[in-house]
Design a protein around this ligand. Structure first.
Ligand code: ADP
Length: 243
């Protein structure tokens, strides 16, 4: 009799866990837009506001490049060369990087994606990770190409906390020093004109089709990202809260 009770208790708990997994829903926010449209800056603020982690595939790659395992140094050098050339990293590698990151406990309730998906294959792979109860909010930061070159060429990045500044448009309080964590600021190796132009070309050819892909399924919220950062942020928050 005792054995039966144990089996019954086990089945009850297992069913409860399965049911909980099926009904728990995630809130996923996609911040889309060309390089230099302010995705990273807005994602950091939105992450605090929405209590969701900010996941940037570019930051994940740069983090990997900082200290690659001994047997992956050559591969890391190849990745860096591709990024410096403004080319996209293979879908296979990015998707596995993303899956590993969103499996972490802090992403259990959802996450804000910045820089993913960048191709329709990546969007399809993301679709497969969704459950029917999940909500998806798409925010598209719209900036003309002409404004982007100036924004990125003058961008200064903190290699420690990833916060960005601009030499003239939003300079740090102390030149060369991050306002947030006091680390040294510098220029990303792909923030030079040649690489920016290539990244823009890749964006138009491979990432813009992703917007068309989502437009067929759901609402794509387009925000004029030439406005002041605070105005853009208020607009993003309003849309994200409304869902
Ligand atoms: P930005 O938005 O300014 O281009 P990111 O940090 O998002 O900067 O990306 C930097 C580089 O990292 C890209 O040019 C590309 O080489 C690589 N990368 C980042 N995310 C992806 C992705 N989802 N798919 C393929 N490559 C990526």
């Amino acid at each position: 009799m005792k054995n039966f009770m144990w089996i019954f208790a086990f089945l009850f708990l297992a069913a409860g866990t399965l049911f909980a997994e099926e009904t728990s829903s995630k809130e996923v926010i996609l911040l889309m837009g060309p390089p230099g449209s302010g995705k990273g800056t807005q994602a950091v603020r939105l992450s605090k506001e929405m209590h969701l982690p900010h996941i940037s595939t570019g930051d994940l790659l740069r983090e990997f490049l900082k200290n690659p395992p001994a047997d992956q140094k050559e591969h890391a050098a190849q990745l860096k060369a591709m990024m410096d050339n403004g080319k996209l990293i293979s879908n296979e590698e990015i998707i596995s990087l993303l899956k590993e990151r969103i499996a972490k406990p802090d992403a259990a309730k959802g996450y804000i994606l910045d820089g993913y998906p960048r191709s329709t294959e990546q969007a399809e792979a993301l679709d497969k990770l969704f459950s029917p109860n999940d909500t998806l909010v798409i925010l598209l930061l719209d900036v003309p190409d002409s404004a982007i070159i100036e924004r990125i060429e003058g961008r200064l990045t903190c290699f420690s906390c990833q916060k960005t500044f601009h030499k003239t448009l939003s300079p740090p309080t102390t030149p060369g020093v991050c306002d947030s964590c006091a680390s040294e600021l510098g220029q990303r190796s792909d923030d030079v004109r040649e690489a920016i132009e290539k990244r823009l070309k890749v964006y138009h050819e491979q990432t813009e089709p992703v917007i068309a892909y989502y437009s067929k399924k759901t609402k794509v919220n387009t925000i004029d990202a030439t406005q002041k950062p605070d105005v853009i942020f208020q607009e993003l928050v309003r849309i994200a809260h409304k869902k």
